[in-house]
Design a protein around this ligand. Structure first.
Ligand code: BES
Ligand code: MN
Ligand code: ZN
Length: 496
């Protein structure tokens, strides 16, 4: 989709779909202008609908005998309360209403005077991301027509075009993440993730190292390898690196949980556990892949970014791990596996040890780690655990810029006792209450003391059944925009 800024007024613009944000308080000005522009009895029709400009209101009208094909009005709510997120919602609603029409879409919203570039980026991302559809697995795909050109109408300050350069790479990153998550587990396997990494490395000049099973054995990754003992598919430990062309001021590591399928193992997922959705258990890795794709294109200065994914499947056969097995992670910690379904943390443990060895300035991991996080925060907010206030605040602010829900949760060390094992250094699961907290405390054991680390549980946000705002039903690509925002924020401070 081509995206551009245009100084045209809604009265003067001509193209396919003209979409206007209408505030609740005073909808009359624009409406009156459109009445004149298209020679319509618009206000009478809107009264009937009824459309009052409140948030969620939508009116869409096919235009005959006009130089535009459709007019879309989107309610913005109280003008005084319009913020970046309401612009995102309005842009997404306009895009959905324009879906089915080809040609150009114009969007006229009350762009904030403080940061018009930020508003333009938010709205453009919302449009492109809400028009996304995935027809890869149809034998006869029938793509719906949809606008291929977006024009943001407004009085734009000079020189802001350059700020818009991030939109396409970031959206491409989100779409890569969605495609990886949505693809079935017989398509996205650990090897396929390694192939994706290889393609990214080749196309975008990233450095790639893939550790095979024997390499992981040599590194003593007994925790990671225990998870794939029962699978016919080889594990892949994937390490992608972005190096800036200038001096490195900061080294960051992004770690993603990469379970291409999680059956639960001998603690098999039954009943309400949604085993059929466990293809999305590589959502953390999809997010870090998507972020790396965007970062590779955006080339932030002064910041070196590593991506680590310990990928495998959690399956059952005669070699699968037994509940009760004791394994040794690459830092020497022994773990009694009292629940084979708490496998994500076992894979992350060795990835976090590896991450720590890179001596980074910060480590952030993303993982569909616990059902308990879904219970706590639902599907619009991910949980954040970190002992580092600076890193937490930077991530919270990155998520807020990106419009992705993120909420800091307690890394309450007293619950560590729930992981005590009679025989080994620790168990992999504690009691059910506070299950997301003990999961985070488990991970913490594998991060070298002193390295700022944050864990983001995306079990709820990785997928939406119903679709919402800029996420059509299915995989959301959650995390890509937060991670890219965070990395870019580190680059600018690094360069300063
Ligand atoms: N992949 C799941 C977590 C999950 C559950 C994500 C539901 C999305 C929706 C993870 O590997 C898991 O099974 N966790 C267990 C941990 C428990 C055994 C301590 C869980 O949450 O039930
Ligand atoms: Mn599991
Ligand atoms: Zn899992």
């Amino acid at each position: 989709m081509k995206i551009s800024l245009s100084p045209a007024t809604p009265e003067a613009w001509s193209g396919s779909v003209l979409a206007l944000g209408i505030p609740k308080d005073d909808p009359q000005d624009l409406v009156a202008a459109m009445e004149r522009r298209f020679d319509l009895q618009l206000s009478a029709w809107l009264k009937q609908k009824p459309f009052t400009g409140k948030s969620g209101d939508l009116a869409s009208l096919q235009l005959l005998r006009s130089d535009c094909t459709a007019l879309v009005l989107v309610g913005l709510g109280d003008a005084a309360e319009v913020d970046r997120n309401s612009l995102r919602k309005a842009a997404a609603a306009a895009a959905r209403a324009a879906n089915g029409q080809s040609g150009s879409l114009a969007l006229h919203l009350p762009w904030g005077s403080e940061d018009p570039a930020g508003d333009a980026i938010a709205a453009a991302e919302a449009v492109r991301l809400s028009l996304y559809s995935d027809l890869r697995f149809h034998s006869k795909p029938e793509p719906k027509p949809c606008p291929d050109q977006l024009e943001l109408l407004g009085q734009w300050p000079a020189g802001i075009d350059a700020a818009l350069a991030a939109i396409q790479p970031v959206c491409a990153g989100v779409e890569l993440a969605r495609e990886l998550v949505a693809a079935p587990p017989n398509s996205v396997t650990p090897s396929e993730l390694a192939n994706t990494a290889e393609a990214l490395a080749k196309d975008h000049g990233l450095e790639l190292k893939v550790l095979e099973r024997s390499d992981c054995e040599a590194k003593g990754m007994g925790s990671f390898l225990s998870v794939c003992q029962g699978s016919d598919m080889d594990p892949k430990f994937i390490h992608l690196t972005y190096r800036p062309s200038d001096a490195v001021h900061k080294r960051l590591v992004l770690v993603g949980k990469g379970l291409t399928f999680d059956s639960g193992g001998y603690n098999l997922k039954v009943g309400a556990a949604q085993i059929d959705m466990m293809k999305f258990d590589m959502g953390g890795s999809a997010a870090v892949f998507g972020a790396m794709r965007a970062i590779a294109e955006l080339q932030p200065a002064g910041v070196e970014v590593h991506m680590l994914v310990a990928s495998c499947e959690n399956m059952i056969n005669g070699s699968a791990v037994h509940p009760g097995d004791i394994v040794t992670a690459s830092n020497g910690t022994t773990i009694e596996i009292n629940n084979t379904d708490a496998e994500g943390r076992l894979t992350l443990a060795d990835a976090l040890v590896y991450a720590s060895e890179l001596k980074p300035d910060a480590i952030v991991d993303l993982a569909t780690l616990t059902g308990a996080c879904v219970v706590a925060l639902g599907d619009e907010i991910a949980g954040l655990w970190s002992g580092d206030d600076g890193l937490s605040e930077a991530l919270e602010s990155a998520a807020s810029n990106a419009g992705e829900g993120l909420w800091r949760m307690p890394l309450h060390s007293s619950y560590r006792k729930g992981l005590k094992s009679l025989l080994a250094d620790m168990k992999n699961t504690g009691p059910r209450p506070g299950g997301s907290i003990t999961a985070a405390l488990f991970l913490k054991e594998f991060v070298e003391a002193g390295i700022p680390w944050a864990h983001i549980d995306i079990a709820g946000t990785v997928w939406t059944d119903k679709g919402r705002d800029l996420n059509p039903s299915g995989a959301t690509g959650y995390g890509v925009r937060t991670l890219v925002n965070w990395v870019l924020s580190q680059a600018s401070t690094a360069a300063a």
